[in-house]
Design a protein around this ligand. Sequence first.
Ligand code: GAL
Length: 673
Amino acid sequence: MPETSPKGLTRLAFGGDYNPEQWPESVWREDVRLMREAGVTMVSAGIFSWALLEPARGEYDFGWLDRLLDLLHEGGIRVDLGTPTVVPPVWFYREHPEALPLAADGTRYEFGSRGAICHSNADYRAAAANITTRLAERYADHPALAMWHVHNEYGVPVSACYCDSCAAHFRRWLATAYGTVEAVNEAWGTAFWGQRYTAFEQINPPRTTPTVGNPAQALDYKRFADATMRENFVRERDILHRLAPGVPVTTNFMTALSQCDSVDYWAWGREVDIVTNDHYLITDGRRTHVNLAMAADLTRSVAGGAPWILLEHSTSGVNWQPRNPAKAPGQMARNSLAHVARGSEGAMFFQWRQSRRGAEKFHSAMLPHGGTDTRVWREVVELGASLDSLSTIRSTRTQADVAVLWDWHSWWAQTLDWRPSEDHDPRERADAFYEALYDRHLTVDFAHPEADLSAYPLVVVPALYLMTEAAGNNLKEYVENGGTLVVSYFSGIVDEHDSVHEGACPGALRDVLGLTVEEFSPLLKGDTVRITGPDGSELTGDVWTEFVVPREAETVWTYADGLTAHRPAVTRHRLGEGTAWYVSTRLDAHGLDALLGWAAEDARIAPRADLPHDVEVVRRAGESGTYLFAINHSPSDAKVPLEAPGTELLTGERAAGRLEVPAGAVRVVRLDG
Ligand code: GAL
């Protein structure tokens, strides 16, 4: 059995990407001295070092890495060692130009950035396996080695290549998946627009077409591209397992970032020994701590509830968004500890020392250009001490209250062309429902639609357009057995091939919701509809409406105006022991809160009205005890009720009754008992 936590790491992970090749060796000693000062426990090294390690084909230079690892080891710092396969050296590309990926429109990407890889290219695969083997042979027994960091963020910046080699691999993938070309025709609905194939050799990747191409082909290509990247990960992982048994292998995910929607992390989570994640605040005016919590919950869910590690986030601003604000004082610690609350075994950063050159010189780091006499450095040192005081939480698990269904295949299908409205953004719905649950102080587990949901009193389906029959049956069984389900519009529409389920929509959910949808009727930009509730209350919807026909369901809220006036907007279906809610329009935050309030009552989830707004309260529990995290994102001091007295670990003080959490502060109480 491979290890599931970094070898030899006895504290929480604290450190960052360490790129010492950007600095003269004379700086390295100072780096290690300062790492010790900050309480760094682990760094990720060598991620982009292939060009230095193999300067020409078959010529290796490991001397510098030997010296670096020895130095880190002397300093007591564990190493998460990269396989540098995300950036092959230029000599490799000049020998194998076809290893550079081809865009759908035939443009060949050039060397000079990173991640320019055709994942089905045989030369790339061989070269990646070779450098991985060399590294594993050399460092398997190095005492600093804690884990392997394969590649970097599979799926960004390019996930799919459209070259001839990929075409050949795609055909083989299709032959394995479908057996016959007739089965492909059937699944893809090629009778439409005369797209019928008579041999696998005729099938190409979904390259640029004059107008919309076959959606099922595009969907399968996403699956193929994901599987091809995963195959490459697994090849490297198996080499590392074979040559360095006992050292866990990871690759850094980006679970909740919409830019990285090309990877099915449910599948990847099963392949890594430790789930690790990178998370950056998206500073687009929304509440960044909510997206952070969502990313952390999703990462933990991908890890099957097990502890995971935040491998990258930023100490302050990043440099790749249109506007990159610095973090406010205290925000870095809040961000870090919010990840820890939701299951991370530490907080690591991109990167240790801020670069002077290259594309990321304006990205913050643990050690800024300004050195140690800086606010960021002082906060880094403080965070190191805070994490040290939380060492005993390792291996405990975050406790969740409700589940939200999530499926990357459905995301892929929902981003295909020609839908009823471009204003329906499924990711926006997922974010909005998550935020509404967050504001009710409910901790969320994400779950695959076919997963066992029986542990959750409430399951929310924000936008799952693609849903298999098996998933539909799963939800029906969940409700029949007493669960409460909330489903948002345009869910359960198509099967795994993007074919509309037979009969009236929403095919996969008709039975559990007790209704049919006759027509979708999206609204024009800026238009809204009023909906009225049984007590006369009024809510507003926009973007989407539907002609809903209740069958067994009862109508709870009704459209008051628009094309769908007097028809059901929100329905409720009592089925077996449980209840299924359906909402056919886009509710704002106020509307979602009302809907979730009713559903929470059905699910017998007591409101947490005693918890102040924007104060995050999350629990981790395990053999070493129960830990209550209270993170105050608000500008006011807050009080959080404690169910038992305990010790606050960051201040060392005893706490009982109502825990004081100053504005912007974090408190972590180990409860007695
Ligand atoms: C990550 C990446 C790092 C660095 C960082 C900057 O996605 O893995 O290498 O580029 O972004 O925010």
